[in-house]
Structures are given as structure tokens and as C-alpha cells.
Design a protein around this ligand. Sequence first.
Ligand code: MD6
Ligand code: FE
Length: 214
Amino acid sequence: MIQSDLDLFGPEPQHLASQTVLLPGFALSVLEPLLDALRPVLRAAPLRHMQTPGGLNMAVALTNCGALGWVSDAKGYRYTTSDPISGQAWPALPQVLLELAGRAALAAGFEGFVPDACLINQYLPGTRLSLHQDRNERDFEQPIVSISLGLPAVFLLGGLQRSDRTVRVPLSHGDVLVWGGEDRLRFHGVLPIKPGLHSRMGERRINLTLRKAG
Ligand code: MD6
Ligand code: FE
């Protein structure tokens, strides 16, 4: 096969760990429908800076769509069925996002992934996310599908102990990262976003993480 034929199918999946797969550019084919679906979600449930249980303001601005949404406040981290700002249910998970997540999970080897929560994180230049584990979901057998949009980021993929070494994974606009199985509880974080201007998304990075939380 000649190179131009290969290009039609996009770059190959990259296995970063036994059950952690980077799908370069996987979201690009549905980018515009995805952005169209996100606009009303962000109007109904605006991005906000949540408080950590320790009383600090999180640097990342966050909101949710789906039956469940992740929140952090003085009472701790948890999933709720409604947005504490509006008192209304979180906006529904757009079909385009549900389908994209299912296809990405399958491409990474996870069958039958049906998320019920999507965290929407906005990073402005300088914003970072410190090393953490995602452990508020009920079933750690279910993977997480993470979609990166806008400014590039360096994702830190650690091990099962906070002190384990981390590897740096560059994430670009349209990339989808899927992890699950024995990698599900790996520590991870995001280095401070470098200043820049993305042609489609402006001066920000948006990360969507889809989970089966309930
Ligand atoms: C981010 N993502 O990429 C933050 N968590 O902005 C996460 O914290 C994350 O990408 C679990 C699985 C995939 C992720
Ligand atoms: Fe996380």
C-alpha cells in the first residue's frame, strides 16, 4: 500500500500500557457535530471552578453532561444527578458523544461501553491538573474515554502508586485516549498548558472524559 492510502485511515493506535490506548485524531471525523452538540450543553450547565474538599479553587473549569455529573465541594468528590448551580438535571449526553465513545472504546478493545457521565474540563494557558486517580465511579471494570480538543497538552501517565514514575504523553486536538482494565486506577495528571492559539478552539484546551459512573 502506498503512503497516501495509509493516510486515509489516519495514524495507527498507540498502546501506551497494556490497557491504555491512544487513538490519534479519532474524534476529528465528528468534530463539527461534536462542537455543535457541546454549545447548548455549556449554555445549560456553564463551566465553573469547583472547590476541592480542602477549600481550594480548582484551576480547571468544569461541567458535565449525562445522567450523572462529577462534582467537588467541601463535602468531597462525588457524582450527582443534578447541577448544583441550576438545580436542574445535568444536560443529556449528546448522541454524537455517546457513539464516538463507544467506537473509541471498541477500537481500544473494550466492548459494549455505554457511558452515563461526561466531564467537560476547560484548561486555559497555565492550567494544570495534579496527579490523581479516578475512583468515584462504581465499576472499575469499565474504561474511561478521554477526548482532547484545542491546545495541545502533556498528559502524565503514572502507575498504581502516586510515587511511581510517570511517562509524558503528548495529546493533540482530536486525540482520544482510552484506558481501563488493569490500568484503570493509574495515577495521572496534565502539565501546565502552554500559551497558544488553536485555529478552531482558540486559547484553550477542552477535555471530555466519558465514564460509566453509576
Ligand atoms: C485531561 N484527564 O486530560 C484530564 N482521567 O484533561 C483525566 O483526568 C483523565 O484523560 C481519566 C482517564 C483519562 C483522562
Ligand atoms: Fe482523571
